[in-house]
Design a protein around this ligand. Structure first.
Ligand code: PMP
Length: 381
């Protein structure tokens, strides 16, 4: 069996696992307990992890806040601005039509509450144009929220250009970096943003922990407030006992990404070339969704003409884990809203599959799994 759904979740790196087991075995205590050494020990583990995250992103450790994942981080970044919106009278938000549901649904809720939200469509290759986003910005704009890399197509969005311009205009900018963190390491360091979100499980860390970055180096700390009531953990931004082992695993995954991302990218690139060769030689009619010049190395979204992605996934379920990128939470099948926003016709969307891979994969295993998948597709064609 071969797992080709890294954009959904990655396997935990063995070294991350060891680090977490060590915490579970040897370090007890609440990281916010100040009355004994146990608490001080776990606190120092959390602070080491915070530093490891900060080093990967090129930010200060005190700009890093641990959460339960990117969904929560995105929610805090956006919903946490409610009070600021009320005080400033700013009620307009700009985003893209291809954001993850964690952002889209949060903004749709705010829209119901009276906020005006512009959802910018991408071009046919799945990239939004910076000017389309920037042209919507007015003095009433509260925040602009754009993902760095799209989870379905792997397309890198122009957050660099958008961030530069917004920082000049003093407009808050939130980046969902869930699919780029640990991959576009240098690019992220150079971005200008106020808030940034990601989940550890997309970069070989554990599920259930994520990060929200609130920048204050070149900007004031954004006026983000907690969206849950409770204790003062994470300086009040995210109340609740810190899951020390998960946080330590998140930090370790970030540390590994710093030293290993380059070789991971090289391997991921080679795999993509080989996958495209296999497609070329298969005799099937296909086309790749998105423009590969702007795509991360570990994602391939491909339409195999005449082959239903649903049927292909069902037939290959036993030996291959792929995805068609449609809302995994919805019970009834609905064609991908990301591919729809790119203007791709429904028949082509229904024949599109997403294959994603990353750190630690066995190249031969991936290629053999893909060959087997293509053989199934041929039989269905
Ligand atoms: N944003 C993006 C771009 C994602 O790909 C995901 C995970 N698929 C999320 C947010 C949400 O992450 P989580 O489910 O870990 O909260």
């Amino acid at each position: 069996r071969v797992y080709l759904d890294y954009n959904a979740s990655t396997p935990v790196d063995e070294r991350v696992l060891e680090c977490m087991i060590d915490v579970y075995r040897n370090h007890i205590g609440n990281a916010d307990s100040r009355t004994h050494q146990f608490g001080e020990d776990t606190r120092s583990i959390v602070e080491l992890a915070r530093k490891q995250v900060a080093d990967l992103l090129g930010v200060n450790a005190d700009e890093v806040f641990f959460t339960s994942g990117a969904t929560e981080s995105n929610n805090i970044a956006i919903q946490g601005l409610r009070e600021y919106a009320e005080n400033s009278g700013k009620n307009h938000i700009v985003t893209t039509a291809i954001e993850h549901k964690a952002v889209l649904e949060t903004l749709k809720q705010l829209e119901k509450e009276g906020f005006m939200v512009d959802f910018i469509d991408p071009d046919q290759f799945g990239r939004v144009k910076p000017e389309d986003v920037l042209n919507k910005v007015t003095e009433r704009t509260l925040v602009v929220s754009v993902m760095h890399v799209n989870n379905e197509t792997g397309m890198i969005q122009p957050v660099q250009e958008i961030g530069e311009e917004l920082s000049k205009r003093g407009i808050l900018f939130h980046v969902d970096a869930t699919q780029s963190c640990g991959k576009l390491v240098e690019e992220i360091k150079n971005l200008k943003y106020n808030m940034l979100a990601f989940s550890a499980h997309k970069l070989q860390g554990p599920q259930g922990v994520g990060v929200l970055v609130l920048r204050k180096k070149s900007y004031k700390l954004p006026p983000v407030k907690a969206i849950m009531y409770g204790g003062q953990q994470e300086r009040g931004i995210r109340p609740g006992t810190i899951p020390v082992a998960l946080v330590a695993g998140c930090g370790k995954a970030c540390e590994l990404a710093v030293t290993e991302y380059q070789s991971n990218l090289e391997q991921a690139n080679q795999i993509k070339e080989e996958l495209i060769n296999i497609l070329r030689e298969s005799g099937l009619s296909y086309h790749i969704n998105g423009d590969q010049t702007y795509c991360v190395p570990g994602t391939l979204n491909v339409c195999i003409e005449g082959v239903s992605s649903e049927a292909l996934m069902i037939s290959s379920k036993q030996f291959c884990g792929i995805s068609n990128g449609s809302a995994c939470t919805s019970k009834s099948y609905s064609p991908s809203y990301v591919l729809s926003a790119m203007g791709i016709p429904v028949e082509q969307i229904e024949s599109s599959v997403r294959i994603s891979w990353g750190h630690g994969v066995d190249q031969d295993e991936v290629l053999n799994g893909f060959r087997a998948l293509i053989n199934v597709a041929k039989q269905m064609n």
